[in-house]
Design a protein around this ligand. Structure first.
Ligand code: G2I
Length: 446
């Protein structure tokens, strides 16, 4: 973010290059030394670094020392789930959740709420319900729990793991889903009404690359955004083995381009390449401006739900692992993110016309372009944007129909974003390999 908060090694290089380019002498004040804890390192770029906490471990001194030193965000591992908070219908118990929350808050940490509705860890009484009776109980649960924690939660996982694995890209079957496809948006609306200050997230796993499941969620978020359903963030659990997918960053970025925050919510990585993979995930978050922070799913290897896999940052005795150092270095390397440039070109800007501007997010070997189409002084019924892609190839696009992958690439509106009121805008995007530079978009009304 600021020169003074970047790692020591980067600053002289930047200063030398700029001085040479300007032909002038620049005096750069000595940078602050790199942060020495995960939370402080993440905070340099306005991000958080969190962990899942189990209430039952809060009298383990080693555990609490690491928690208090290293982390500035906390998620209750189980204590705010439905079975824990409403063991009998209409009878709420918050002792475990409050314990985790109070320990965090009294040590200056923020709290992610997890999770209001999930098909697992439903209390027995809810497991036996269906239909409108269940729907009523679900919404009451959301309202009651979000109201109890009102004003104290940074972000809620409102709905957890509602999409199916595999290639369908559709919803997972559950008694929650069988109450009607609109259960997710109903839950988000109820949560917003109960606690307007909390960010509201959808959270899931196996969403770490661009795949049918993540695309199904992507389409839901895009639909929610277009209809004003209150969703602020998407959680990527990131239970990984040995590596981060090569399109990890691109996948986060495409969600960010929908206008939601992205959060890595339950990170743990097993395998011999663990340290590298932790570094890659952290760098991906740092390179996506809308990536608000990272939470690991437990502190020491012995605290992990993945028994025997040692997927966390500290050993069972509380020593820092190589993976810890990779994460800390990546956080300290700075959070300025990729180069983002915005260029505006217009075509036919008079009545009935439109302008297009592109915001380009570039990283090594790839880019995401977000194109804004703005109507002139008359409303649009449809639009066409023409770009020149001489430095790259489109691999995917969204919120538009596309013709071509390189050279002249043309995008037209889809059914839900062709109508743009006078002076208003709509956005679409595409992603590709190469630099994406020089797109020079022009817009025409159709
Ligand atoms: O399954 C891993 C995570 C996947 N995403 C959602 C998370 O909420 C989930 O966390 C895990 C907890 O880490 C486990 O601790 O969720 C499990 C439940 O599905 C938790 O396990 C449960 C055990 O199944 C119970 O037998 C036990 O009573 O933990 C409970 C409390 O220790």
């Amino acid at each position: 973010m600021k020169l003074t908060s970047r790692s020591v090694s980067l600053v002289p290089i930047v200063a030398t290059a700029s001085a040479a380019a300007l032909g002038a002498v620049l005096v750069v004040s000595a940078p602050a030394s790199a942060a020495t804890t995960l939370g402080a390192a993440a905070a340099q770029s306005g991000r958080y670094f969190g962990t899942a906490v189990a209430a039952g471990k809060l009298n383990d001194q080693t555990y609490v020392n690491i928690l208090n030193t290293e982390f500035n965000m906390v998620t209750a591992e189980n204590e705010m789930k439905w079975d824990a908070t409403e063991p009998n219908r209409g009878q709420f118990t918050y002792s475990g959740g409050d314990r985790v929350l109070n320990q965090a808050v009294s040590n200056g940490k923020r709290v992610r709420g997890h999770a209001l509705l999930w098909h697992q860890q439903e209390p027995g009484w809810a497991q036996r319900m269906e239909g409108s009776d269940l729907r009523q109980a679900m919404m009451n649960h959301v309202t009651q729990v979000a109201t109890h924690y009102k004003g104290k939660i940074y972000a809620w996982d409102v709905v957890n793991e509602a999409f199916a694995d595999g290639g369908s890209g559709g919803r997972r079957d559950s008694n929650l889903q069988r109450t009607g496809n609109d259960w997710i948006e109903a839950a988000f609306r109820a949560a917003r009404a109960a606690d307007p200050a909390a960010k509201l997230c959808y959270n899931d796993y196996n969403t770490d690359s661009i795949n049918p499941k993540s695309t199904g969620i992507y389409n839901m978020v895009r639909d929610f955004k277009s209809r004003g359903v209150p969703i602020d963030c998407v959680g990527f659990q990131a239970h990984l083995t040995n590596t981060a997918p090569s399109d990890y960053q691109a996948n986060l970025q495409r969600f960010a381009n929908l206008g939601v925050e992205v959060q890595i919510t339950e990170l743990d990585i097993s395998g011999s390449n663990q340290a590298n993979a932790y570094g890659a995930v952290t760098r991906a978050c740092m390179a996506v401006r809308a990536c608000a922070g990272i939470t690991v799913w437990g502190i020491r290897d012995t605290d992990s739900w993945r028994t025997g896999q040692n997927p966390l940052l500290f050993t069972g005795s509380g020593a820092k692992k190589a993976a810890y150092n990779s994460v800390l270095d990546a956080l300290n390397a700075g959070g300025t993110g990729p180069t983002t440039t915005t260029t505006t070109t217009s075509n036919d800007p008079g009545p009935g016309g439109c302008t297009a501007s592109v915001s380009l997010n570039q990283w090594d070997g790839g880019f995401v372009a977000t194109v804004k189409v703005t109507a002139g002084s008359r409303a649009l019924n449809g639009w066409r944007v023409t770009t020149t892609l001489s430095n790259g190839t489109v691999t995917s696009s969204w919120s538009s129909n596309r013709s071509g992958t390189s050279g002249t690439v043309t995008f037209t509106n889809v059914d839900y974003n062709g109508a743009v009121p006078a002076g208003q805008s709509t956005e679409f995007g595409f992603q590709g390999t190469g630099s994406g530079s020089g797109l020079n978009p022009t817009c025409a009304a159709t």
